[in-house]
Design a protein around this ligand. Structure first.
Ligand SMILES: [Zn+2]
Length: 186
């Protein structure tokens, strides 16, 4: 089997975890598995705690992001207070997909907050509540979620383990903030 394996450099464990060097993930598997990986379809399921809307959508297939899927997600994750939409960083969806795989959850992600418009962010800041001025929610790079079938503290631990961005744990309202900014935690 070893002769059929594909040797590709693995720059670092960090890059491997970030998925930037996806080749590393398949370096030790046979070409048939590699092809299966490229045909991989990534599907996410959500239920929004404010709008009560549900969405199950494939957003990646055959090695590429799906414009229709990303458009559905963009609308779903709009600022529910103002209706404003914003592009969402696709790597945020990959982060959620990997989180789903890491937890083994069969539940949809319950969304507390996705995109947040400047107007909403200012309003929330004026009412307190630990909302950051430069929140990555404003850039479509953050989401607050929980899972019905997986403890929120354990979800935080799984997110920290991924080392893919910021992870914030909010015990009272019971959700985890994840974003695609630099790796940090609070
Ligand atoms: Zn957040």
């Amino acid at each position: 089997m070893s002769s059929s394996r594909i040797a590709l450099p693995c720059p670092s464990r960090r890059l491997f975890l970030r998925g930037l060097a996806g080749a590393c993930a398949v370096a030790a598997v046979a070409p048939r598995r590699l092809l299966a990986g490229l045909r991989e379809e990534r599907i996410l399921s959500f239920v929004h705690t404010h709008t009560r809307e549900r969405l199950t959508v494939p957003y990646f297939a055959d090695g590429a992001y799906l414009p229709d899927g990303l458009a559905s997600l963009k609308a779903f994750l709009r600022d529910h207070r103002t209706g404003d939409e914003h592009e969402i960083d696709p790597s945020l969806f990959d982060l959620l997909n990997d989180l789903r795989l890491a937890t083994g959850s069969k539940s949809p992600f319950q969304v507390i907050s996705g995109y947040r418009s400047p107007r909403t962010n200012t309003m929330l800041r004026e009412h307190g509540g630990g909302v950051a001025k430069g929140s990555l929610h404003l850039q479509g790079r953050a989401i607050d979620v929980r899972l019905a079938d997986f403890g929120t503290a354990a979800l935080r631990d799984a997110a920290i383990e991924l080392q893919r961005g910021g992870v914030g744990y909010y015990r009272g309202p019971d959700f985890v903030h994840v974003d695609t900014g630099r790796v940090r935690r609070w």
